[in-house]
Design a protein around this ligand. Structure first.
Ligand SMILES: O=C(O)CCC(=O)C(=O)O
Ligand SMILES: [Fe+2]
Length: 838
């Protein structure tokens, strides 16, 4: 489906003045005049609205009072994307417009409190107390009166469409906590008399609301519009919705100078959508003063009318799919965050089409994100993958030779119930070398390239920890019989980057493949990243900055951040684990990188709380600045989030006791978190305790306060000791005694749960039990000899709960060429740990 440009093809640069005095008597005339303006310019003046000049003066004065507060005070009311309200400094807006020429404060019916759309929670009222109650009452009074004017205009517009007069009214109940209509003050500081060739004070944009009622001051010129064909929108962008900086260029700008006491009114993207494109949402900007224009400060007071967040609307011709109030508003935050941090220009398309794609997928009922137009791999959003993702039918696992004398291979397992080879290895692809120690894997391309129709998820990337080699396996030609496509040899990688001991692989929106390295070829610790192209040609190092150790990483362009973690010194961990070397040879630091600049911006040494921080995940929702890391040895889950100052803040959100024992190498067994994973709806966090033997599920609806949901024991060192190790204390509260380790399909489970993978819909959790051959041999000698397994656990996604699937068990001890150690699980269509959304 091609979306047409809802902005008019027919240009009339007349911005009419519509008198709405005696509204009830003149409804029909007003409706007619509004209709003509709405389908032509999308901009008009409204007079006769009944708001007193005195109140208008007062509201401007109130705006200046706020702007004059010192920035420390204003900082307390800082703009929060989840609420879309608050103060945005000139510095903050520089990231939106590229200039420090504009400042903003917005508030709703409940001040800067109101409704948090992420937490879906009403947060109550919050006002800048420094300005007193009179200020608040004045603001509320003005807002209430403008809202009444807006409702009149919406009534007249409904009449003009031959619809019931009250059609547009229902979702705009200003007192409803979910109604995100809001007021704002735009403050444009004075401009130096000598300044020349200044860019616009406010860049070209269209409003992402239903209707905006803007009050301008006489003499404060600068507002300009470019209706219809006056505008040149970047043709690569989809042509509906606001684009906070597609930076459209215009052939002509038509001035919309202030008329004393009149509102300058414009229609937003929402009503364009709601009328199938009949009403126009027009690009506008505030140009810098020229000629005789005043160089003084400029202030304007817009009121943005938005429908309730859960209100769904669609045009009568259903030209566009239903959109919710939230979708409409979400574009603001997404686009802002994306633009601020976009490293490679991909944000434009992603942010712009996000809401559109989501709703189109729903409307067209397609099984995946390819519904509306030809698209790249993966899904438009994590929720799209969660709701519409295809069920996994096969999975891939690297199978490592415990003896190291035969090649590792990629195993393909049938996971489709009812299939004749269900729960069996159906294909084995041996690597051309021995001694690779395959470990993790990634894709050449994932949902980060969803906006790129030329990209395809066709190569499984297998970095080898042992050899420092990388393989690309073609899984597209025949998914059930993948074949080797490309190899990057260690000599090339080391020659160009000096890096070895490769670990996590992620694809980037740019088409490059990025792999973390943990050391140099001699086994010294060195955390850095290699970049490869789609054919595995080595492009070099990602950065000149280096961390002491390396391991996992996750990037989040909308917050311009990448986070990376640490294992230890390769010369040490490849021999096995010596607890006395923790201090000298293992890491405990989280590194936050400037994603765009490829530089370390912050390092947090987690100390004893964060020994050996291994797997790290951001929430899948790319607008969120929340993530987690599992500190393996400390056995804590650590949450990190961006604080108000922009610094990343960490806190331990899950703390686990160590099991007190007799008969083991140490007096206590650390649970040892070796993997963590988040469901695509960001509702549940899972982690595995490799030594204690349990898999744990936490509800992370509030990411800073995970709630325990469920636990399942599938092994552990105590169980594996067959009575030799005795527990004397330190078990989790919900499990005062260790449960019996279950049998599946007749097999006694051994080892401990390690790598996790979750189905897109969050209902099936896959688990393997091998960690790393040297550590397997040390802690679970039996598993190293007998081979590992793959289990599948059924998840209760409503209330939480984990249950072993009794019909699924893949025994890698029974492989034709002898036992192997299977590691990370991937599905051909994407999963919960390889896709990153931009
Ligand atoms: O300051 C102005 O006149 C225009 C403001 C505007 O376009 C906006 O706030 O969306
Ligand atoms: Fe605007």
């Amino acid at each position: 489906m091609v979306v047409e440009d809802v902005r008019t093809q027919h240009v009339l640069k007349n911005v009419p003045i519509i008198d709405i005095g005696d509204f009830d008597q003149h409804k029909e005339r007003i409706a007619q005049e509004l209709h003509s303006a709405a389908v032509n310019t999308g901009f008009f003046y409204v007079k006769g609205h009944g708001i007193s000049p005195q109140l208008i003066n007062e509201i401007f004065a109130a705006g200046h009072e706020f702007m004059k507060l010192d920035s420390k005070t204003k900082e307390q009311y800082v703009w929060v994307p989840d609420r879309y309200l608050g103060w945005r400094s000139q510095q903050n807006l520089e990231s939106v417009t590229g200039n420090k020429l504009w400042e903003w404060f917005s508030f709703g019916r409940y001040g800067v409190g109101g409704y948090d759309v992420r937490q879906q929670k009403f947060l109550g009222e919050r006002w800048p107390t420094e300005l007193g109650d009179t200020w608040k009452q004045l603001s509320l009074k003005y807002q209430a009166q403008v809202h009444e004017v807006a409702l009149k205009l919406l009534r007249a517009l409904a009449i003009s469409l031959g619809r019931d007069e009250h059609t547009f009214e229902e979702p705009f109940d200003i007192d409803h906590e979910e109604n995100p209509s809001f007021m704002a003050w735009n403050y444009y500081p004075p401009i130096d008399n000598d300044a020349k060739d200044l860019p616009p004070r406010l860049h070209a944009h269209a409003d992402m609301d239903i209707i905006t009622l803007l009050m301008q001051r006489p003499g404060d010129t600068g507002l300009e519009i470019a209706p219809g064909k006056d505008i040149d929108v970047n043709p690569d962008l989809d042509k509906i919705g606001n684009i906070w900086n597609a930076v459209p260029t215009a052939k002509h700008w038509t001035p919309v100078d202030p008329i004393e006491g009149a509102f300058t009114v414009n229609l937003g993207d929402g009503i364009a959508w709601w009328t199938d494109g009949l009403f126009k949402s027009t690009y506008h900007r505030v140009r810098a003063p020229t000629g005789n224009d005043s160089r003084g400060a400029r202030m304007s007071v817009p009121y943005f009318v938005n429908p309730n967040l859960n209100f769904k609307f669609q045009g009568p011709e259903k030209k566009y799919p239903p959109l919710t109030g939230f979708d409409l508003l979400a574009k603001t935050g997404n686009a802002y965050e994306a633009r601020k941090n976009d490293p490679e220009g991909k944000w434009q398309k992603a942010a712009y089409t996000d809401a559109l794609k989501r709703t189109m997928v729903q409307a067209n009922g397609h099984a995946n994100g390819h519904a509306c137009c030809q698209q790249g791999p993966g899904y438009a959003t994590p929720l799209d993958a969660f709701k519409n993702g295809k069920r996994e039918e096969i999975v891939y696992l690297p199978a490592v030779q415990p003896t190291g004398d035969k090649p590792d291979y990629l195993a393909t397992v049938d996971v489709l119930p009812g299939s004749s080879t269900y729960s069996q290895v159906i294909h084995r692809l041996p690597m051309p070398n021995v001694g690779d120690e395959l470990h993790h894997s990634g894709w050449n391309s994932c949902s980060s390239c969803h906006g790129d129709p030329s990209a395809a998820r066709s190569l499984l990337i297998l970095p080898a920890v042992g050899s420092g080699r990388v393989y690309a396996i073609d899984t597209a030609k025949d998914p059930k019989a993948p074949q080797l496509a490309h190899t990057a040899e260690p000599e090339d990688i080391q020659g160009q980057t000096g890096l070895a001991y490769l670990h996590s692989s992620h694809c980037l929106g740019s088409g490059d493949i990025m792999i973390s390295a943990m050391g140099d070829p001699s086994g010294k610790g060195k955390g850095n990243f290699i970049l490869l192209d789609q054919k595995l040609k080595v492009k070099g190092k990602w950065t000149e900055d280096t961390t002491q150790y390396g391991y996992d990483f996750w990037y989040q362009p909308r917050h311009n951040v990448m986070v990376s973690t640490q294992w230890g010194k390769p010369s040490e961990f490849t021999k096995g684990f010596d607890p006395s070397k923790v201090e000298s040879s293992y890491g405990s630091t989280l590194t936050f990188w400037d994603w765009k600049e490829r530089k370390i911006v912050q390092q947090v040494n987690l100390g004893a709380d964060g020994l050996i921080p291994l797997e790290t995940r951001f929430l899948h929702d790319p607008s969120q600045a929340h993530g987690f890391v599992g500190a393996a040895l400390s056995s804590n889950v650590i949450h990190f989030t961006k604080g108000s100052s922009g610094k990343w803040e960490t806190s331990v959100v899950v703390r686990q006791p160590w099991t007190k024992v007799e008969g083991w190498i140490l007096p206590e067994v650390p649970p040892l978190i070796t993997d963590i994973l988040l469901s695509l709806d960001d509702k549940y966090l899972y982690f595995s305790n490799w030594l204690r033997g349990d898999i744990v599920q936490y509800d992370i609806s509030d990411p800073a306060k995970p709630r325990f949901a469920s636990r399942l024991f599938v092994g552990g060192v105590v169980a594996a000791s067959q009575g030799k190790i005795k527990v004397t204390g330190g078990l989790p509260e919900d499990t005062p005694t260790l449960p019996e380790v279950p049998r599946v399909k007749g097999a006694q489970l051994h080892g401990g749960p390690q790598m996790l993978q979750l189905s897109l819909d969050g209902k099936r959790l896959y688990v393997t039990n091998s960690l790393f051959s040297a550590w397997d041999k040390q802690f679970y000698p039996d598993m190293a000899q007998k081979g590992s397994y793959l289990l599948q656990i059924d998840v209760d996604t409503d209330k939480g709960g984990l249950k072993l699937n009794p019909d699924f068990f893949v025994d890698f001890g029974a492989e034709p060429d002898g036992p192997v150690l299977a590691h990370e699980v991937r599905y051909p269509g994407g999963d919960c740990s390889s896709d990153i959304w931009l």
